[in-house]
Unconditional design. Structure first.
Ligand SMILES: *Cc1c(COP(=O)(O)O)cnc(C)c1O
Length: 221
């Protein structure tokens, strides 16, 4: 199967309300262009700022670029002019920086709060407590040029389906509790970004609205 067929097959298994981010990190612009032209894929995800910038410059302007990797504050200004969604906000400091750069160019930047739901130590993200503390802080509510649209998380890399499912359930319940406590009157707080090539079906069963799929589309090479 080629990448067009693989993406089509994944699309056909997903409910219509679930969006697919085609994770194109390390893949050539030519592959992105094939998905763009042949089956109208518009959302692509990258995890490195320089790679994202160079692809943005040469590819069609109506691609929705999502940033899914760890974002350093000193690189925020490079992507703020065009990024459609930052999935990986993991500190108030980063949110403040995104807001500051957003103000400079008069743009409101859509963001997700990344939660640490996996057992591994290495994955970035907020803990539950950190986020509630941040959302209780007035500083957060003064940020005029960010729009928090939901949450994101990565499950543990394991064969244990039960563990993965439990982690997705945890993220979904965090989403619900944040929504009811802080965003009850904001219909835009509606996204749960969870699920990758190996676990997206479980994620969708547990309430995902955005899946991020790389190797399942582009292969492992
Ligand atoms: C690479 C990556 C993905 C895609 O992973 P696959 O297993 O190749 O589908 C999804 N989310 C994040 C944050 C990633 O870095």
């Amino acid at each position: 199967m080629n990448l067009v067929d693989r993406l089509n097959e994944i699309r056909n298994t997903l409910p219509s309300n679930v969006k697919i981010v085609a994770v194109s990190k390390t893949k050539p612009a030519a592959s992105i262009e094939i998905l763009y032209r042949e089956i109208g894929q518009r959302i692509f995800g990258e995890n490195r700022v320089l790679e994202l910038e160079s692809k943005y410059k040469i590819l069609p302007t109506d691609i929705d670029w999502h940033f899914i990797g760890h974002l350093q504050t000193n690189k925020v200004k490079n992507i703020v002019p065009f990024v459609k969604l930052v999935h990986s906000v993991d500190s108030l400091k980063l949110l403040i920086e995104i807001n500051k750069e957003g103000i400079k160019i008069n743009r409101c930047i859509p963001c997700l709060l990344q939660f640490h739901i996996a057992a591994e130590e290495t994955k970035y993200g907020f803990s539950n407590d950190e986020v509630f503390r941040m959302l209780d802080d007035n500083l957060f509510h003064e940020l005029s040029n960010i729009s928090v649209k939901g949450v994101m998380g990565m499950a543990t890399y394991t064969e244990d389906q039960h563990q993965i499912r439990t982690e997705f359930k945890t993220l979904f319940s965090i989403f619900n509790s944040i929504k009811s406590r802080y965003f009850a009157r904001e219909p835009n707080f509606c996204e749960v970004s969870m699920g990758m090539s190996n676990d997206y079906q479980l994620a969708v069963e547990e309430g995902s609205t955005i899946v991020r799929i790389g190797s399942g589309i582009f292969g492992n090479d």
